[in-house]
Design a protein around this ligand. Structure first.
Ligand SMILES: *Cc1c(COP(=O)(O)O)cnc(C)c1O
Length: 463
């Protein structure tokens, strides 16, 4: 794979502060699963040994970030911490107006409150679930236009997050540019497996949108991981620094939404950034109603300080090399054991292909949920289903079940949290499960909420 020729790529840090993890027995875990309605979102986190539920807000902060926490200025307006946050975000993005929000979805909510609404349509490579929910909540439609390779779990195409430019152009013509208030690209493409987008494709999307005067925004949650993939895989970028590449990425777009809980290396925070002054003013007016004054926007001064430092550390190439390698390492071991995963490994997670792992479970019995429950039962590992529980639908007229395009189980790797031996343990558990995968059972949903049902749904095993 991309790092095979080198010596072991080690964690580029030493550990100063540790947090114990709690061991449970298989019997205890069977009870915990039952009590949680077989939905790992409803566990007590203390009952989890290795938590791969998400890479969002789960990073370990550095000593410098923790010292920034002590140094935070908690003034209501004009805090020093806001200006260090603003400077750090501007340094990477180059955008003029930087609006702090308490997390990524708050930035999305503000953006689509202004730009969304009935009759509007917003294209993206693949909308993340909160982005889609915020667009649909405004009355608009969220449209996914990722390339076909991005939907093929076995394709080794290097930029599976790319948008299909022909589909985008047809979409603009059919929908009418006046009905498309904005176009987006998610880097890396989280819902499509953490797959990167190439610089070439970003430019092509920008050109297609700008031809019709449609603004172009990035969902920039994992911009640093995407930039490092560009360095490794795209012609002409091998000798550029990741920071230069990141700056070039942002320069292509007109603005971004960001969850700093990913590549901000913090536990809470986000921002909305843009060059359009009028849009920024509208956004700040909503911010004041929903988040807070424009120099804190739902965050403490200390949070802003930690983001400012996180954005410096995340473009460090020793960090990124370790980050991408640690995910690839898990992928390599699973592939070697014959476990079906989405290829090639993404930037923040490995995705088990549950339709191949448990082909005897039909999509309407949620094979991904079955793998997720078994991972916990056998090994105390928490993962998340990204398949028909998350994205499956019922046909509005016939009530017929419409499955998601893929049945995946995501093993998201928190940043700087687990060591190689934790990952080796995860591999052992999965291989043990894989050997007796025939015993996995399907599930039915016994309760579901009208939106984002995966967070609170309850399940029962099919007998
Ligand atoms: C996490 C995420 C969001 C939402 O951010 P939150 O901070 O969780 O609100 C939006 N888009 C993508 C691609 C994400 O990964």
């Amino acid at each position: 794979m991309q790092f095979r020729m080198m010596k072991t790529i080690i964690e580029p840090f030493r550990i100063k502060s540790v947090e114990p993890i709690r061991f449970t027995t298989e019997k205890e875990r069977e009870r915990i699963l039952k009590d949680a309605g077989f939905n790992p979102f409803l566990f007590h986190a203390d009952d989890v040994l290795i938590d791969l539920l998400t890479d969002s807000g789960t990073a370990a902060m550095s000593a410098k970030q923790w010292s920034g926490i002590m140094d935070g200025d908690e003034s209501y307006a004009g805090a020093r911490s806001f200006y260090s946050f603003e400077k750090s975000v501007k340094d990477i993005t180059g955008y003029q107006y930087i609006i702090p929000t308490h997390q990524g979805r708050a930035a999305e909510k503000i953006l689509f409150t202004i730009l969304g609404g009935t009759g509007k349509s917003v294209p993206n490579n693949t909308h993340f679930d909160t982005t889609r929910a915020n667009i649909e909540y405004s009355g608009a439609e969220a449209v996914d236009l990722v390339i076909d390779e991005g939907k093929d779990p076995n394709s080794l195409y290097p930029f599976k997050g790319n948008m299909d430019i022909e589909k985008l152009e047809n979409f603009i013509k059919e929908t009418g540019p006046e009905n498309i208030p904005i176009g987006m690209m998610t880097i890396t493409n989280n819902a499509g497996g953490g797959q990167p987008v190439s610089m070439e494709n970003l430019c092509a999307v920008r050109n297609a949108l700008h031809n019709y005067n449609i603004p172009f925004f990035l969902d920039a949650c994992r911009f640093a991981e995407n930039a490092y993939f560009i360095k490794l895989r795209e012609k002409g970028y091998a000798d550029k620094s990741v920071k230069d590449i990141a700056q070039e990425i942002f320069s292509i777009a007109d603005g971004c939404t960001m969850s700093a809980k990913k590549d901000g290396l913090v536990n809470m925070g986000g921002f909305l950034a843009m060059n359009d002054e009028k849009l920024a003013q509208q956004a700040r007016n909503i911010l004041i109603v929903t988040e807070g004054f424009p120099t804190y926007g739902g965050l403490s001064g200390r949070d802003l300080e930690a983001i400012a430092q996180g954005l410096v550390e995340v473009v460090d190439e020793h960090y990124l090399r370790y980050r991408l390698r640690s995910v690839e390492y898990l992928g390599e071991k699973l592939i070697a054991a014959g476990v079906p995963i989405l290829q090639p490994p993404g930037g923040h997670a490995i995705y088990i292909n549950a339709s191949e792992f448990a082909p005897h479970i039909p999509p309407e019995q949620y094979p991904g949920q079955s793998v997720v429950c078994e991972l916990y039962r056998v090994g105390g590992i928490r993962a998340v289903e990204i398949g028909s529980v998350m994205f499956g639908k019922k046909d509005k007229k016939t009530g017929e079940f419409i499955p998601a395009s893929m049945e995946l189980v995501r093993l998201a790797i928190p940043r700087r949290v687990y060591t190689q031996s934790h990952i080796d343990y995860v591999v052992e558990v999965i291989i043990e499960m894989f050997k007796r995968r025939q015993s996995l059972k399907g599930y039915t949903i016994t309760y579901e909420a009208p939106m984002l049902r995966h967070f609170t749904a309850l399940f029962e095993p099919v007998s």
